[in-house]
Design a protein around this ligand. Structure first.
Ligand SMILES: [Zn+2]
Length: 101
């Protein structure tokens, strides 16, 4: 019988014993997923098509609860002056072109 001052710390000073009886487990990557697990996760990653509604004033498609970008109306009321906006944009472009000359 071996006498050890601290029982449990180094009870068996024989390395061969440790190799035989100790729970020595090789390092395993437990985070790894197989192909099915990966596929299950990605089955929810598909993009959905945006659900568009039709503008009752100009019959073009627009986002729900948003001002129509074609006629600038929302709920039958003009919110954005589309013509003025386009004119402003064109004016800005023209000025930029002249500046570069
Ligand atoms: Zn519209």
């Amino acid at each position: 019988m071996l006498h050890v001052e601290q029982p449990g710390y180094f009870l068996y000073p024989n390395i061969a014993f440790y190799i035989k009886y100790a729970k020595i487990v090789p390092m395993v990557n437990r985070m790894r997923h197989n192909r099915a697990q990966r596929g299950d996760t990605r089955s929810h990653h598909a993009l959905k098509a945006v659900d568009l509604s039709v503008c009752p004033d100009c019959n073009t498609k627009r986002l729900n609860h948003k001002v129509c970008s074609n006629c600038g109306k929302y709920n039958g009321r003009v919110v954005i002056d589309v013509g003025a906006k386009i004119a402003k944009k064109e004016k800005k472009l023209k000025a930029k072109k002249e500046e570069s000359k």
